[in-house]
Design a protein around this ligand. Structure first.
Ligand code: CA
Length: 363
């Protein structure tokens, strides 16, 4: 990280943010409270900084972070404030986890699969190809034992996770080559990150990682043959319908990724209990709001894509999906062979998934 302060100065900065001059409100400045209310409400004032992996005010993802900060301020009567920074403003977007871990900021927002290089189990808490959808993974995290494992995964880094959003099911992506069978992935250059990218490589393609800002030009110029992004709303904003021939579904690689709020453990423990409850509640609200916003907007923007472009909407064939699924099993095997904790998490995930899939056939 550029201009990275030393660990000591970061800690000091963190402490100043929490407890310094802007920290606890002096009793003179505080409106006298009744004995009853004083027992209920803390007088502490807390100012936090939240960095994100998204550009500032990015539709839904960045907006959700701004809303979280507003809800926290509202619920705490202005005593707990969070200033939100876009990716790159205080730290490079993909160093969000590190900055929260070492306490240079109190919290961040991103997606667990970004930290897969550091924590092999991390992607399982976000999404895996052919994995659970948004409703199912929420069930696993909130009520199925997934949350304990998630906390366990981040504990060595002094980071506490909270579910803080979900894109819902994504689309399979924009293609300028027709995918009629799994053989069409041979030599296909596709922008697709994470485990989905590993699966594409397994079936003979080349997974390219390009920053968001370069994807459009790369697809237009044929540097890549295909790209996935999110779903109709975000994809429309990127303009891919103007330059791609085919828009494929389903988004086998990201069936319902959880987005996360991550909090520095020391900062969390320094919070009054009521602020902890407020943050947890706001995060759960952000989780359901973001999924709802994506679902509502995708509906509208899929229609706009159909109305405003000649793009053909196509589905991958059953055989293609089945081959991609087979490749996914092999990718997950390699991942869990290398890391015992990832195996523990994946086994737990699979048992839960089997059960809930069984129920969903009835429900
Ligand atoms: Ca995606």
């Amino acid at each position: 990280m550029k201009n990275k302060p030393s660990k000591i100065s970061r800690k000091k900065f963190l402490k100043t943010g929490l407890l310094g001059t802007a920290g606890i409100l002096t009793s003179q400045a505080c409106k006298p409270e009744t004995a009853k209310s004083a027992a209920i409400h803390t007088r502490k004032r807390v100012q936090w900084r939240m960095i994100t992996t998204w550009p500032a005010n990015f539709p839904v993802l960045g907006e959700g972070c701004n809303m979280l900060a507003n809800w926290v301020e509202e619920m705490s009567n202005g005593r707990f404030k969070i200033k939100v920074y876009g990716g790159g403003e205080l730290a490079p977007a993909l160093e969000t986890f590190d900055a929260v871990s070492d306490g240079s900021v109190e919290m961040g927002n991103g997606a667990a699969y970004y930290w897969g290089g550091k924590i092999p189990a991390a992607p399982i808490f976000c999404t895996i190809p052919f994995g659970m959808n948004a409703q199912q993974i929420n069930a696993w995290i909130y009520e199925g034992g997934g949350y304990d494992l998630w906390k366990e995964a981040y504990a060595p880094f002094d980071v506490i996770p909270f579910a803080g959003g979900n894109t819902g099911p994504q689309m399979g992506g924009w293609f300028n080559k027709s995918i009629d069978s799994i053989e069409d992935f041979q030599g296909l250059k596709m922008r697709i990150p994470g485990l989905g990218g590993k699966v594409v490589e397994k079936v003979g393609g080349a997974a390219v990682v390009s920053p968001g800002g370069e994807i459009y030009t790369n697809l237009e110029r044929g540097v890549i043959d295909a790209t996935e992004w999110v779903g109709p709303y975000h994809d429309y904003l990127m303009g891919f319908h103007k330059i791609a021939k085919y828009y494929y579904y389903p988004g086998w690689h990201e069936p319902g990724p959880i987005l996360e709020n991550i909090v520095n453990r020391e900062a969390w423990e320094a919070l009054p209990k009521e602020f902890q409850a407020i943050l947890e509640t706001a995060s759960a609200r952000q989780n359901i709001w973001s999924l709802s916003a994506f679902e509502a907007k995708n509906n509208i923007y899929l229609q706009k894509i159909l109305d405003e472009s000649d793009v053909q909407i196509r589905t991958f064939s059953e055989d293609t999906l089945s081959a991609l699924k087979g490749a996914t099993e092999s990718v997950m095997q390699t991942l869990t062979d290398k890391d015992a904790f990832a195996k523990k998490v994946y086994d737990h995930y699979q048992v839960f998934r089997k059960g809930i899939t069984n129920w969903n056939q009835f429900g």
